[in-house]
Ligand binder design. Structure first.
Ligand SMILES: Cc1cc2nc3c(=O)[nH]c(=O)nc-3n(C[C@H](O)[C@H](O)[C@H](O)COP(=O)(O)OP(=O)(O)OC[C@H]3O[C@@H](n4cnc5c(N)ncnc54)[C@H](O)[C@@H]3O)c2cc1C
Length: 582
């Protein structure tokens, strides 16, 4: 059998171009272990020809993690793979993904290899223009990823961006986060969701998105690298920046916007707008030194999913908005070691430690259909922290983040139920704000159960599934503290019962997942916006207000950092189109 395979390989090798040979060999080499017993030089004699040894080429290989994450070992592996010995070799990773489906964990790598050639690195360059004197302006409300990337795109398009942001700059914001964690004080203008960089600044910084059709993911990642992110994010299949690194990147983006003539107004909250002849004429802004009016050419509204006052303002002014389905649930936290041991197929703590020497903290993604409802994991944060993400009084809200090294001893994830518009019926008297009111009620329920502070209600996972109050709680990363409660009474039957069933199913899918060493913390209520601000598919303008561009997560067009950033860029492009109209 093995000789037949070998024969086929050798035959195939003579028939195809040299550039393809390495790829074909890699495929057979991965698939048939027997090939690994044969010296590579015997299988690939033709690869040693001069043509290959003085060139750069793209190869795909699969190697054990210990090799993948060690520059020197990887170089040796590539040398062996290409059957080169003394030649100078540079290896530039292009793509990296971990395949942990089996005990024998592998890393898939796409590499650019430079043999006897200097390493070529692509310089990232953006054509930002000095817009300080530009006659075309665009006001952008909200300095989250959508707003900031809209502003950067404006610089490329020679439009002057003027950002209005209710919160503080990154540094001043830090004090308000400390006050939430230590003193249970939530500043409604400056918190985990509001302030420079929006919800993105103190987020986890996972940059993975499925919205590849909405713009160039590569450009967004390159923009982050240009502003200081590690170029590793261009390589990893699931790129991650980490909460410790994000604030500096956001500051660097601010510097670019200011340097090229844009404006940023912090501590400035949009509270009203004046519409004339189907267009916004003015917005009214509340700032530290009183109210101010800004006259508007175009407005990109990128206020995020927590700007409830914006939805209420639109509703009160009869500006078209629509209720939108969204998901709510809890955050679950396990010891990271447990998740590592399951995902990396380990039998002992020692084995986990050995594997973790070269593998990152493991993550998971779970989904299960319970009748009409989908129960799924959301924003999983390996080696992370559960964050208190309330934006106002009488709320307890969870989310998660992790540092770039993902080295905290906990693994947390939102576990949520996808709700439908039908589920908001009990709140139907609130019209299009029905889902928002449901969300408010759940957050208040958590706040009451936790003791009217940022202390969050919690229960051990198995106890929750078995309907048993936990007599004690395990250690948890949530800094404001926990109170043991019956989470069913906080969540209500719709969310609570579906979660119980969902967790039971997860327990079947993932060994040791359903354990009392894990706990659930409530509530995970801000997975996406409960309200959509409609817009035309082509022009991205609000159907009734022609210079208003609803943008990003808050308007219902993004679900994370990268998709929000891409949406910001698209809106800026449409602002230019509107301005260029005769
Ligand atoms: C803890 C946490 C972890 C997260 N982790 C990830 C992750 O790993 N990966 C990921 O992709 N996403 C993550 N997210 C979600 C991500 O941060 C959001 O999807 C993204 O920030 C949405 O961008 P946005 O610009 O549309 O809105 P936002 O980031 O919400 O920004 C909106 C901005 O508008 C401002 N604003 C609101 N109202 C007004 C007003 N009236 N006047 C002026 N300004 C106003 C707000 O202050 C805010 O700065 C996380 C979120 C949190 C909270």
């Amino acid at each position: 059998m093995s000789f037949t395979i070998f024969g086929i390989c050798a035959f195939t090798y003579r028939k195809v171009s040299i550039m393809k040979k390495a790829q074909i060999f890699a495929m057979y080499y991965q698939r048939y272990a027997i090939l690994k017993l044969v010296p590579i030089s015997l299988i690939l004699p033709s690869l040693k020809d001069k043509h290959l040894s003085v060139m750069q080429q793209k190869i795909q290989i699969q190697v054990p993690p210990i090799i993948a994450f060690n520059e020197q070992l990887l170089k040796e592996e590539v040398k062996q793979f290409l059957n080169v010995k003394d030649e100078t070799l540079f290896v530039k990773p292009l793509r990296r993904s971990i395949d942990a489906r089996n005990r024998n964990i592998k890393v898939n790598l796409t590499l650019n290899v430079f043999v006897d050639e200097p390493l070529v690195t692509d310089e990232i360059h953006f054509d930002y223009k000095d817009v300080s004197k530009s006659k075309t302006t665009c006001h952008i409300v909200g300095a989250g990823p959508a707003g900031l990337f809209a502003a950067l795109r404006c610089l490329e398009l020679n439009i002057k961006p003027i950002i209005i942001e209710r919160g503080k700059n990154v540094k001043d914001r830090r004090r308000d986060l400390a006050a939430i964690n230590k003193d249970h004080i939530v500043n409604p203008e400056s918190n985990y969701c509001f302030g420079e960089g929006g919800a993105g600044t103190y987020s986890d910084g996972k940059l993975y998105t499925r919205s590849s059709k909405r713009g160039s993911i590569e450009k967004i990642l390159n923009t982050f690298v240009y502003h200081g992110a590690s170029s590793e994010i261009l390589v990893d299949a699931h790129p991650h920046i980490g909460t410790n690194k994000l604030p500096q990147l956001i500051e660097n983006i601010r510097e670019t916007i200011l340097k090229f003539g844009g404006e940023i107004h912090f501590n400035s909250k949009m509270v009203d707008l004046k519409i004339e002849n189907g267009a916004i004429k003015e917005i009214c802004v509340e700032a530290e030194n009183g109210k101010a009016e800004f006259s508007i050419q175009s407005l990109i509204l990128a206020t995020g999913h927590s700007a409830r006052d914006i939805y209420e303002l639109f509703d009160s002014k009869k500006i078209l908005i629509e209720a939108k389905p969204f998901a709510m649930g809890v955050r679950v936290e396990h010891p990271q070691e447990l998740i590592d041991s399951v995902q990396y197929h380990c039998n002992s703590a020692n084995e986990v430690n050995e594997k973790r020497d070269y593998l990152p903290a493991a993550s998971y993604s779970l989904v299960n259909q319970i009748g009409a409802y989908s129960v799924y994991s959301f924003c999983m944060c390996p080696g992370g922290i559960i964050a208190p993400c309330a934006t106002g009084p009488e709320q307890v809200v969870t989310n998660g983040w992790s540092p770039s090294k993902r080295n905290n001893p906990y693994a947390n994830s939102g576990i949520v139920i996808g709700l439908t518009l039908n589920d908001f019926k009990p709140f139907s008297k609130h019209g299009e704000l029905a889902g928002l009111e449901f969300q408010k009620e759940l957050e208040k329920s958590a706040w009451l159960a936790g003791g009217k502070t940022q202390t969050a209600p919690a229960q051990r996972l198995q106890d929750f599934v078995n309907g048993k109050l936990s007599s004690s709680l395990p250690d948890c990363s949530y800094v404001p503290g926990l109170k043991s409660v019956d989470m069913m009474s906080v969540l209500g039957n719709l969310i609570g019962k579906n979660l119980q069933l969902g967790f039971k199913e997860f327990g079947k899918k993932m060994r040791n997942y359903l354990t009392n060493d894990a706990l659930i913390v409530g509530v995970e209520s801000r997975t996406s916006t409960p309200v959509r601000i409609p817009r035309d598919n082509q022009t991205l303008q609000h159907p009734h207000i022609n210079n208003l561009f609803p943008c990003g997560e808050g308007a219902g067009y993004a679900g994370g950092i990268v998709s929000a950033a891409m949406d910001g860029e698209r809106c800026a492009d449409k602002v230019l189109e509107l301005n260029n109209k005769p």
